[in-house]
Design a protein around this ligand. Structure first.
Ligand code: GLU
Length: 454
């Protein structure tokens, strides 16, 4: 006898149509299904709903499967509706035989079209279905008319294949977006006609843009693969997605996959729209980036580093020292490219170009004073032992002089001479990074530039 407490009969499915890449909403549906299956020791089926032959492509299918892999949303079985035509045909024939469907003569539209389709014989009744998230929903199906379920025996359409598969695959819970609520009454009618058990529904809230409009490209990328290509981490995306419509009920925001599996409760998913906020995703991603091992971080850096920087002969020698600076500044690895475009990487490898006047601190009146400070700084640095050239000692060496003459007046020109940028790490860190010799050379160059100006 079966032990009723063993909840191993849960079967859920994620059923994308391969008419586009996996988008944020689809990924969240996949995640909620995945979590629910794992929590209940159940089964997750990936079902490719490719009955729309014109719009479905193998390329999209592959991309969806790859993105599921990248997100580590493992599934137990995979099916393609295009390979199941015979099954649907069997049901269609039976439905036509028992009168729940019929072949309908149509007036073909101008310019072609069919003169025959298969329609569902609508019993015109009230359908009530319960939903774990939205509660009971009641619909009078009369308005739906005798809707089309197949173009012909070989060409069934979405509502029919969806219901037959859920039945054939023993799906117990249907977790999908609220945009499918309007499809449910038709699907319930078909279930009843084929004698299928009604699964439990959980229609999860739509993902909206911050202004509560429908999420679209205007609000940032919608396809998950674009996030992957921009150097977002799949763990960060998973954490972010889980919070689109759900939260653990306390202050925590960083939850690992294991924690999500423990904490997530389908009944606690909110009814109302979930707001997609790209800043929030970036925040999550930065957190997860900080948690990467040094080795992993470096792998990503090398993947996203522009060739122009990689080809400097001392790239490999210096990159480890630059990594902490990158780590502080990026939210996603593609930001490395932006750093490069702002010139924030190049100066580590070559003498930067800059306006001589920019060497002057904003309170400085006379460039000759700037020159004096640079000369003194150079002198102090050159007195330092080579093997003691670290940021603490460098700071010690210069600090008294800088405090006496004004920190901005002394440290700004030093930093500017080293980086040629308004914004960069502090001059002590830069000096260590560049090494004693290069640091001296760049300060000398700055002094020479001032001399040549006269
Ligand atoms: N194939 C449908 C879609 O891509 C999903 C249907 C369902 O989950 O029931 O939106």
């Amino acid at each position: 006898m079966k032990n009723k407490n063993v909840k191993n009969n849960v079967v859920v499915r994620f059923a994308p149509s391969p008419t586009g890449y996996l988008h944020i909403g689809g990924a969240r549906t996949a995640l909620f299904n995945y979590i629910f299956a794992r929590q209940n020791n159940g089964k997750l089926i990936l079902r490719i709903e490719d009955t729309d032959r014109e719009r479905s492509t193998k390329e999209y299918e592959k991309s969806i499967v790859d993105t599921m892999d990248w997100l580590e949303l493992d599934y137990d079985e995979i099916y393609r509706q295009s390979e199941r035509t015979e099954i649907y045909k069997k049901y269609l024939k039976k439905m036509i035989d028992d009168g729940s469907a019929y072949v309908s003569k149509e007036k073909p539209e101008k310019g072609g079209g069919r003169d025959e389709v298969i329609r569902f014989k609508n019993p015109n009744k009230k359908v009530i279905f319960n939903d774990l998230i939205t509660g009971d929903i009641e619909v009078d199906t009369t308005d739906l008319g005798d809707f089309v379920i197949a173009k012909d025996l070989e060409t069934p359409i979405f509502h029919l294949t969806n219901v037959i598969d859920d039945h054939e695959m023993g799906v117990t819970h249907i977790i999908r977006g609220q945009d499918h609520i309007s499809n449910t009454p038709r699907q319930v009618l078909i279930q009843e006609a084929i004698g299928a058990q009604r699964p439990v529904y959980a229609h999860i809230p739509l993902i909206l843009a911050p202004d509560k409009s429908k999420l679209s490209k205007r609000h940032g990328a919608v396809n998950v693969v674009e996030y992957k290509n921009s150097g977002y981490l799949s763990d960060a995306i998973i954490n972010f997605l889980a919070f689109l419509g759900w939260n653990p009920g306390d202050e925590r925001e960083i939850l690992t996959r294991e924690e999500l599996l423990k904490e997530f409760k389908m009944e606690k998913v909110q009814k109302g729209g979930a707001v997609f906020n790209i800043e929030k995703l970036n925040w999550f991603n930065k957190k997860y980036i900080q948690m990467l091992s040094d080795k992993k971080f470096e792998e990503f850096v090398n993947e996203f580093m522009p060739e122009e920087i990689k080809k400097f002969p001392d790239y490999n020698k210096k990159i480890n020292k630059i990594i902490p600076i990158i780590k502080e500044r990026i939210e996603k690895f593609v930001d490395i490219k932006d750093m490069h475009e702002r010139g924030e990487l190049k100066y580590f490898f070559e003498q930067p170009e800059y306006e001589i006047k920019s060497l002057m601190w904003r309170d400085e009146k006379n460039i000759q004073d700037t020159k004096k400070h640079l000369e003194k700084t150079l002198n102090l640095l050159e007195k330092m032992q080579d093997n003691n050239f670290n940021s603490v000692s460098i700071k010690d060496a210069i600090w008294n002089y800088a405090s006496e003459k004004g920190r901005g007046n002394v440290l700004w020109p030093m930093r500017y001479a080293l980086s040629g940028l308004e914004k960069s790490p502090d001059p002590f860190i830069l000096a260590v990074l560049l090494g004693k010799e290069e640091t001296s050379n760049r300060i000398k160059t700055a002094i020479k530039k001032i001399d040549l100006m006269e």
